[in-house]
Design a protein around this ligand. Structure first.
Ligand code: HEM
Length: 140
């Protein structure tokens, strides 16, 4: 299910379920010309890294092939964070997502009832009206 996971990753790139999180600087350092003192709280943003054209050419384009081969450079695709505090539920989430996708795709064709439904971020991205769909079983 490599392609399915590439599709799921591309969805999480464009709409990361968690926008980012906080860290504390453990030493003084300079980043992009900004001096960050030890002890400062920092916010790392999955959303802005995922939309950077340097990391992801044509960042607004939905393209699961970005994840083929070696895939994105380390620490550019971070829906589950990175480093020692990276999400410990990543593999469980992957299993759940793939099982869900497999069952929906194998059993149903589906239509969105609200084609232009907006996504609201509060603080997680969610379809504004709960994503109502009509399911059509492949085998009635
Ligand atoms: C699509 C699903 C999920 C996404 C996108 C996600 C994302 C994240 C992110 C971005 C972090 C912060 C990592 C960091 O600070 O570097 C995190 C932390 C965490 N996640 Fe998840 N997560 C998901 C599912 C889960 C599941 C299913 C579980 C448990 C069964 C879980 C448990 C945790 C825990 C306990 C932490 C805190 C880890 C720590 O601070 O050491 N997550 N997750």
């Amino acid at each position: 299910m490599r392609y399915s996971w590439n599709v799921a990753c591309e969805v999480m790139r464009l709409a990361p379920p968690l926008q980012g999180a906080f860290r504390e600087a453990i030493t003084n350092f300079v980043f992009n010309g900004f001096s960050i003192p030890k002890g400062w709280k920092l916010y790392w943003s999955a959303n802005s890294t995922h939309k950077s054209p340097e990391c992801f050419p044509q960042p607004e384009k939905f393209d699961p092939t970005r994840f083929e081969g070696a895939g994105p450079a380390p620490y550019t695709f971070v829906p589950f964070g990175g480093g020692p505090r990276m999400c410990p539920g990543k593999e469980y989430a992957r299993l759940e997502i793939l099982v869900f996708m497999h069952n929906v795709v194998k059993r149903f064709k589906w239509d969105k009832l609200l084609p232009d439904e907006k996504i609201i971020v509060d603080p997680m991205p969610m379809p504004a009206k709960g994503l109502p769909v009509r399911l059509h079983p492949h085998k009635p």
